[in-house]
Design a protein around this ligand. Structure first.
Ligand SMILES: [Mg+2]
Length: 101
């Protein structure tokens, strides 16, 4: 756990957390556009499909998370992996659609 745990987050970690929040919102926007207009749509003035733009935003989130792990210790890779395992279990239980074979 970071030594300043319990104190307001400052400096590099604070800026990265702010950027993470922004990037997660950008992912949400791209998901909404893909659902409303389709994954293959290219919005006016854009060169990439909604699927490509969504993937790039996910990549931007991943890069910020990587920096939070490596440079600040703000996020624990082990905890992230625990979250992935937990989510896999939830998805297995509660997904209402199944993969098409
Ligand atoms: Mg972005």
């Amino acid at each position: 756990m970071p030594e300043n745990y319990g104190q307001p987050t400052e400096g590099y970690a604070r800026e990265l957390l702010t950027i993470l929040a922004e990037e997660c919102c950008e992912v949400a926007v791209r998901v909404s556009k893909a659902l409303r207009f389709g994954l293959k749509e290219v919005q006016p003035g854009q060169e990439l499909t909604n699927a490509q733009r969504l993937a790039r935003e996910v990549g931007e989130v991943q890069e910020v998370v990587r920096r939070l792990i490596i440079y600040t210790g703000t996020l624990s890779e082990d905890e992230i992996n625990e979250g992935m395992i937990h989510k896999a279990d939830k998805l297995a239980k509660f997904m209402q659609t199944k993969l098409a074979s």
